[in-house]
Design a protein around this ligand. Structure first.
Ligand SMILES: Nc1ncnc2c1ncn2[C@@H]1O[C@H](COP(=O)(O)OP(=O)(O)OP(=O)(O)O)[C@@H](O)[C@H]1O
Ligand SMILES: [Mg+2]
Length: 252
């Protein structure tokens, strides 16, 4: 359970360039949620992710994950809970290391990494192979391939698998398909859907693609000027179609 209470983020406070990027934003998110975030450029979506992960400082407010006051933690301590998938696939993984080495780094990042992840390399390899096979990605026998030699979509999809294997609580995806060709985008979306179905992780997914916004997830948030202007539950979300979304943005 994520409980966000009245968080605000101001950049360049007290100067002529002051920006109120988040304004008294509150939100509760149940486990196993797949929350899609939509909103115009500069509406505060990425800042919201940064506030959660601790890379943007909040001026006020509180953030609890499973009742833990993570607003009191630094970004490094919080990194155990979160995995981020960025628009640029190069940002999520270490291109100069192999697939298996990237999985190892991801697993070691969390305190909760089980003993199987820590040392026994054959057991670890087997586990990674299983996780990749189950995902349907055709990469289970490419564990020694350099990450940099895979496609952007494959790298994004593997980042998602690493997140679930490392037991992270929240996956934050910031326009993960924006830089991908349609096939790679589909790969990332399918992997995300599978993780949503099979794991207790919470997914936040930022997109500018209205088709994705209506088809993905079980909750829709529309950001406007650092606030959540629309919060549509699963049932309400079903009623949002492309036309209605476009209409909302046209009205501004
Ligand atoms: N590091 C920063 N320093 C100063 N201002 C910033 C910084 N990061 C974001 N902003 C400003 O805060 C506001 C919110 O930006 P943010 O990146 O969160 O928007 P966004 O909804 O993710 O937009 P986009 O859809 O373009 O990615 C914008 O006005 C932006 O210019
Ligand atoms: Mg952004």
């Amino acid at each position: 359970m994520i409980n966000i209470e009245n968080i605000s983020v101001t950049y360049n406070a007290g100067t002529a360039n002051e920006v109120k990027a988040l304004q008294q934003l509150s939100l509760q998110v149940l486990p196993k949620s797949f929350v899609v975030l939509l909103g115009s450029n500069g509406s505060g979506k990425s800042t919201f992710f940064n506030a959660l992960s601790g890379t943007a400082q909040i001026d006020s407010g509180k953030i609890f994950i499973d009742n833990q006051p993570i607003h009191e933690w630094n970004a490094y301590k919080r990194s155990v809970l979160f995995t981020r998938v960025f628009q640029n696939p190069l940002q999520g993984t270490v291109t100069g290391l192999s697939v298996i080495e990237n999985f190892r780094i991801a697993a070691l990042r969390t305190h909760s990494s089980k003993n199987i992840f820590a040392g026994v390399s054959t057991a670890f390899r087997k586990k990674v192979q299983e996780v990749i096979s189950e995902s349907g990605l055709p990469l289970a026998n490419r564990l020694d391939t350099l990450m940099g030699n895979l496609s952007g979509g494959q790298r994004q999809a593997l980042t998602l698998l690493m997140a679930t294997m490392a037991d992270c609580k929240v996956i934050m995806m910031d326009e993960p398909t924006a830089a991908l060709d349609p096939r790679s985008a589909e790969l990332v979306i399918n992997t995300t859907q599978k993780i949503f179905q099979n794991s207790p992780v919470t997914i936040f997914y930022i997109t500018h693609n209205m088709k994705e916004a209506v088809s993905l997830g079980n909750r829709l948030l529309i950001f406007k000027e650092g606030r959540i202007a629309i919060d549509a539950s699963d049932t309400e979300k079903q009623k949002w179609d492309l036309q209605r979304l476009h209409g909302w943005f046209d009205e501004g």
